[in-house]
Design a protein around this ligand. Structure first.
Ligand code: MRU
Length: 373
C-alpha cells in the first residue's frame, strides 16, 4: 500500500483541503538554501540523483538533455535557473544587472522551442524585473528568487486544480491510456494528465493505466510506469505499436495526455506519437483528453501549424540506452513532438474547468476569466 500524508494547500483558485497526496512522489526540482537541484531524469528508473545546478549553462544543458523535462517543470526549472545564472553578477551596476538578466533569460529560453511554459516563465521573470522598485542588485536578486518560488508554488496548485477537474472523468474499472510522461516528474507535484489519476486513486477508485513506452527516449517506460507504480496505481507498460490493438480489443475507455502547448484554436502539441494515439481514439470512439495548466495555453499562436517543433539528434533514434540498434550512417528523423488537431480532442482539463468545443471561443473566454481573477 502506498503511504499518504495529508497536505493542505491554500490555493489561489480554491481552497483544497483533505486532498490525499502520495507521500513518495518524486520531486523533479528543489530549491534549498539558495541552491537549485534537478532530479536527473535521464538516469531514471535506475538511479534517483539530485544534481545541483551551478550556472545558466548547466541549467540550459539540463533542459536540452532532458534531465529536467515536461512543459511545466521546464518553466519552473528555468525560473530558478535564471536566478542561478545571475547570482554572481550582483557587483554590476543596476542597469548592467538588468541587461544581464534579460540576456540570461533569452539564453535559457532558447534551450527548447516547443513547450511554451519555458517562454512563459522567462517572460514572467523579466516582466517582474522590469516592474521592480528594488534599489540594489541584491534586493532585485531576492525578488527574482521569490518570483521563481511563487511560480513553483503556483504550479503545485495548478496540478491540484487539474486533479479536481479531471477526477470526474475517471470511473470505476476503466482502462486509461497515456503517452509520454505528464506526471509528477514533469511538474512540481501530481502532474497534469496523471493528476486526476492520483486523486481518483487516493479516493479508492480502481482503474488500470496503460502507459505507452514513448520512443525514442522512453519517457513512458522509464518515468510514467515508474512513478505510477511507486504510488500503487495499477499500471501496465505497452510498446507504442500496441495502442491500436489494445483499443480494438476493448481495453481502453479513455485517453489522457499532457501537452507542451495549446494554441488559440485548440490544437495541441505533445510528445511524438500523441497524434497517432488521438487518431486511433477517434476511430474507436474513445474519448481523448488533454490536461494542462493555463501556463501552457498560448493565445498568441493561432493554429498548430505555427507551433515550432523541436527536431532532436538522430542518435536518439539509432541508440537505445547506449546500444546502437541500426546500421551505421542510416538516415533518421527525430521530431520530438507532433500536433493533434482540436477536432480530435474531447476536452482540455485545466485547473478550473474542462474546456470543450468550440475551442477558439472557449479557450479565449477561459483565459479572459483567468486574467480577471
Ligand atoms: O520531451 P519531453 O519529455 O519534455 O516531453 C514531455 C511531454 O511531451 C509531456 O507530455 C508534456 O510536456 C506535458 S508535461 C505535463
Amino acid at each position: 500500500m502506498p503511504r499518504y500524508k495529508l497536505v493542505q494547500i491554500q490555493g489561489i483558485i480554491k481552497v483544497y483541503d483533505n486532498i490525499l497526496i502520495p507521500d513518495d512522489l518524486p520531486k523533479s526540482i528543489e530549491w534549498k538554501e539558495g541552491r537549485l537541484y534537478f532530479l536527473d531524469q535521464t538516469l531514471l528508473p535506475h538511479h534517483t540523483i539530485m544534481e545541483e545546478q551551478e550556472s545558466a549553462e548547466q541549467v540550459y544543458n539540463s533542459i536540452k538533455q532532458l534531465k529536467v523535462r515536461g512543459a511545466p517543470a521546464i518553466g519552473v526549472g528555468a525560473a530558478y535557473g535564471l536566478c542561478v545564472g545571475v547570482k554572481n553578477d550582483l557587483a554590476l551596476s543596476m542597469a548592467d544587472f538588468k541587461t544581464r538578466i534579460k540576456k540570461q533569460a533569452d539564453y535559457l529560453n532558447s534551450a527548447r522551442p516547443t513547450a511554451v511554459n519555458l517562454h512563459w516563465a522567462m517572460q514572467r521573470m523579466v516582466s517582474h524585473m522590469e516592474k521592480s522598485k528594488a534599489t540594489s542588485t541584491s534586493d532585485l536578486y531576492d525578488e527574482m528568487v521569490t518570483e521563481a518560488q511563487l511560480i513553483h508554488n503556483e504550479d503545485k496548485k495548478l496540478s491540484i486544480g487539474m486533479a479536481e477537474t479531471g477526477q470526474h472523468l475517471i470511473k470505476e474499472g476503466m482502462g486509461i491510456m497515456t503517452h509520454c510522461n505528464a506526471g509528477s516528474l514533469a511538474t512540481s507535484i501530481l502532474g497534469t494528465a496523471t493528476a486526476p489519476l492520483y486523486l481518483a486513486h487516493s479516493k479508492g477508485l480502481n482503474f488500470k493505466v496503460y502507459a505507452n513506452e514513448t520512443r525514442p527516449l522512453l519517457q513512458g517506460a522509464r518515468l510514467t510506469a515508474w512513478e505510477l507504480q511507486q504510488s500503487g496505481i495499477d499500471v501496465t507498460l505497452l510498446t507504442d505499436n500496441m495502442a491500436a490493438h489494445m483499443m480494438a480489443t476493448g481495453h481502453i475507455d479513455m485517453v489522457i495526455v499532457g501537452t507542451d502547448r495549446v494554441v488559440a484554436n485548440g490544437d495541441v502539441a505533445n510528445k511524438i506519437g500523441t497524434l497517432g494515439v488521438a487518431i486511433l481514439a477517434k476511430y474507436y470512439d474513445i474519448p481523448f483528453y488533454v490536461a494542462c495548466p493555463s501556463s501552457t495555453i498560448d493565445l498568441a499562436t493561432k493554429t498548430g501549424k505555427d507551433i515550432p517543433i523541436e527536431e532532436r539528434s538522430g542518435e536518439e533514434v539509432k541508440v537505445i540506452m547506449g546500444k546502437t540498434i541500426a546500421p551505421a550512417n542510416i538516415q533518421t528523423r527525430c521530431p520530438a513532438f507532433d500536433v493533434t488537431p482540436h477536432s480530435l480532442v474531447t476536452g482540455i482539463v485545466t485547473e478550473t474547468k474542462l474546456i470543450q468545443a468550440p475551442y477558439g471561443e472557449n479557450i479565449k473566454l477561459f483565459m479572459e476569466l483567468k486574467e480577471k481573477t
